[in-house]
Design a binder for this molecule. Sequence first.
Ligand SMILES: [Zn+2]
Ligand SMILES: [Zn+2]
Length: 325
Amino acid sequence: MPRTTPPRPRDFASLVPALRPLARPATRLHPRPGAPTVHDSSVGGPLLWPMDEPWPVCEVPHKRRTGHRIADVRREREILRRAWARSPRTGPTPDETALLATFRRGRHAPHLTDTDPIPLLAVAQLYAADVPDLPRVGDTDVLQVLWCPYERHGPQYELNVRLRWRRAADVRAARTTQPEPPLTDRPDLVPTPCVLHPEPITEYPHWEALPAGLRSQIAQRWEAETYLSALSTAPGWKVGGHLNWRLTGPTPLHCATCGAEMRPLLTVDAREWDGGTDSWIPAEDIAHARDMGANTPTDIHAGRGQLTLAVCGRNLLHPHRLISQ
Ligand SMILES: [Zn+2]
Ligand SMILES: [Zn+2]
């Protein structure tokens, strides 16, 4: 089923023409739980990865012997999903509750030292055929995103995110099993497998990133709050578009290598919509928008909730940056 963003209140760029040159294409990914294959665009699905290419690992020093077992995280979600489907009012049985209580954070990998390489976790795979505006390196046609499930890298305690662009046709024999780290710092860094329903939309700059003159033109027609929540940027997982600087306000984004402006590549969002952004609920989801978990299909909550991977506008291979809002 496709997903369709309801029309914005009005074609506001024609009412405020100075906004038009600031428009940027974005693609809402609309992840929904499913069973993606290596040939699908996905969040938390298997990656199209050549048998003979080493799987990326994290070697940045940090504790990795303590955490939640990733197998437990998956099992817990499955138990809860079945329990609530079976008994929508009471949920898990006492036996299931007792079992879930054993899935604790602990020193589950005592053999690991702080620098042992651990496999990165597959987070997303995007085929350009599904996301036409996907920034690409050369003639590549798929982007793969992996991370280490510990937010403990560098002085800022960031995620260690790895991007891999490749040409799907180059993969003659794909891996059928994928390495995984044994533990995660937090369950909400482990994605629940989702298929995607990409939808192209248009976004405009964050309110505070607009020139003052333009802000006052817009303010003659809409509340700033309406512009922020319903007109400028969409919630949820997406490619491209503009950054929602909701917590920090805009900060300059320049590539550390060449100084070019950086742009959002992928935004990883804890919620596909919430009370403040319900105008963006896809038409197909409105009837079930308040169901448990409907707005949190990926089960990911990275950074402060909305994590954007920004890339250099001149060279995608220059180091990316993470912006957490
Ligand atoms: Zn790491
Ligand atoms: Zn650069």
